[in-house]
Design a protein around this ligand. Structure first.
Ligand SMILES: [Zn+2]
Length: 251
């Protein structure tokens, strides 16, 4: 693995238009590493195909809460098999809670728990999506985790209080492209997060920037912004985040 590479710890290459995907592949493994996150069984299978073809892509197997109503128990078996088939499967996610979902809280919580149990069985970290009140999320997590060392809080968009709760249990806090919108509470959380817990991502193409779909290569903008905000060189920042990602995902 290239040591000077920028890692995007959460993107959806599996959902990119094909010509945009090709652009990434031609850049090769020297410059970037991508954790490709899936949201259902179709995207999970596609992600595993991509990560088996490209050394600089890794896969997380996820089931998004927006689709919780369509959950079937077979998906658990399918993900278990996929993770045994490929060494490039490095996490379970994204999974979590979303108030925009058609599914009830009870259904979402049930599905979330099934995947947490799978991650525990496979000894993989989880990538958590949260668009619900944080106390419901923490209640579920705390049933399973006494430490959050294997919990990645993706696209962190809350305030310092939530951040502190995560840090007390030493979880991973992943900041996404939305930091460029400079919302005050997110910027304050970003300033406060120690380098030891920091991950950086684009959540592309789902994260919109200036009204446009984002791309994993926008990760450069995330690093530049964070380097400036936290007064650290780009090189040191990329090394630290890469070291964190290697620990979090065991890559
Ligand atoms: Zn995502």
């Amino acid at each position: 693995m290239a040591s000077g590479a920028l890692i995007d710890t959460h993107c959806h290459i599996n959902s990119l238009d094909i010509h945009l995907r090709e652009e990434l592949f031609t850049l090769g493994e020297k410059k970037f590493i991508f954790i490709d996150v899936s949201t259902d069984s179709y995207s999970a299978r596609l992600s595993v195909t991509l990560s088996s073809q490209y050394s600089f892509i890794y896969s997380c197997l996820g089931f998004h809460p927006l689709g919780a109503d369509s959950f079937k128990e077979e998906v658990i078996n399918e993900f278990e098999e996929l993770s045994h088939q490929s060494k490039k499967v490095v996490g379970i996610g994204e999974i979590g809670l979303d108030y925009k979902s058609q599914a009830s809280f009870e259904t979402q919580a049930k599905v979330f728990k099934r995947f947490i149990e799978l991650a525990k069985r496979l000894d993989l970290p989880i990538v958590v999506h949260n668009r619900w009140n944080s106390s419901s999320l923490f209640d579920i997590l705390d049933e399973y985790f006494s430490s959050y060392r294997k919990v990645i809080f993706h696209c962190f968009s809350q305030d310092r209080k939530v951040l502190e709760k995560i840090l007390r249990k030493d979880g991973w806090v992943s900041f996404s492209l939305n930091i460029l919108r400079k919302k005050r509470e997110i910027i304050e959380a970003l300033k406060a997060v120690p380098f030891e817990n920091l991950l950086l991502e684009t959540d592309s193409p789902y994260m919109f920037i200036n009204g446009k779909k984002s791309h994993p290569l926008n990760i450069k903008d995330v690093y530049s912004f964070v380097a400036q905000l936290k007064e650290i060189s780009l090189e040191e920042l990329s090394q630290r985040v890469l070291a964190n990602a290697k620990e979090a995902f065991r890559i």
